[in-house]
Design a binder for this molecule. Structure first.
Ligand code: SF4
Length: 263
């Protein structure tokens, strides 16, 4: 369904793609998925970061509960990879501290902190309460639009999304095409299971987000993240009580639309 952007928060220059351009990009993505079908995360990442055809790629990381595994993989290949971290200004203090700790530990040299500009925030959500009336509008203001603006100039981006995380990710492939922007999304951990992530972190002695031990297996903004009881889905604490599994907003020909839960 259509989503009404908060005024004054446009994503700048999201290009509309012609059908021919989209068909060409889709063919490239299909070819990449075929080529890497039997490969692992390191191979997919190495290809994405080094293949000239892939263009300029950034890693988008929340520095959340499992982020350090992918950050470590990227750091082993190229520590100067641009890492985009969206600070919604509503994150846990522990996440902000953890972000700095991990960046220093892994010697990541190109971490970029992405925030909504203060004037826009003051105009759209002066009391930090927009989420109380519309989590979609809040995510758009604080995440989707700033990320889209930060991704201008990149040909693709790497995510840490995995199939097991939610029903909307159950068919996730290594490479996806964002129809609206023509960017390629790279999901090198798509096939990893929870045990794979834990084993990787253990084997490489990577620091854990401190909130995991306090009952938060999935960590987003403080107002929208709650503890998860034993036996619950790990993401049950995200937007608890809402029919929402993702930030849920994407771009179609420069306009924002709500992404349905089954897509
Ligand atoms: S997760 Fe919650 S607080 Fe964070 S941007 Fe979305 S609605 Fe706002």
């Amino acid at each position: 369904m259509n989503f009404h952007l908060p005024p004054n928060t446009p994503a700048e220059g999201v290009p509309a793609r012609s059908p021919a351009e989209l068909a060409d990009l889709r063919a490239r993505v299909d070819a990449l998925n075929t080529r890497y079908r039997h490969h692992g995360a390191v191979s997919v990442l190495t290809g994405a970061l080094n293949d000239p055809e892939a263009g300029d790629i950034a890693l988008v990381s929340s520095f959340g509960a499992e982020s350090v595994a992918l950050l470590h993989l990227v750091a082993m290949i190229d520590r100067s990879t641009p890492v985009l971290f969206i600070d919604t200004r509503l994150l846990f203090a522990e996440t902000l501290a953890y972000q700095q700790e991990v960046a220093e530990r892994l010697h990541l040299s190109n971490v970029r902190i992405i925030r909504t500009d203060p004037a826009t925030l003051a105009a759209q959500d002066p009391t930090d309460s927009l989420r109380d009336t519309s989590t979609d509008a809040c995510c758009a203001l604080r995440k989707t639009v700033p990320l889209e603006n930060a991704l201008q100039g990149f040909d693709g981006w790497i995510t840490g999304r995995k199939r097991f995380q939610s029903s909307t990710r159950a068919a996730l492939e290594f490479f996806e095409l964002e129809d609206a922007t023509g960017r390629i999304k790279v999901n090198p951990l798509a096939h990893w299971a929870p045990d794979d992530v834990r084993a990787y972190m253990d084997e490489n002695r990577l620091p854990r987000h401190p909130l995991v031990a306090q009952g938060y297996p999935s960590i987003g903004c403080q107002p929208c993240t709650s503890k998860v009881a034993p036996g619950e889905d790990p993401r049950a604490g995200r937007w608890r009580g809402e029919q929402k599994e993702e930030c849920g907003i994407h771009f179609v020909n420069g306009r924002m639309v709500r992404k349905g839960p089954s897509t």
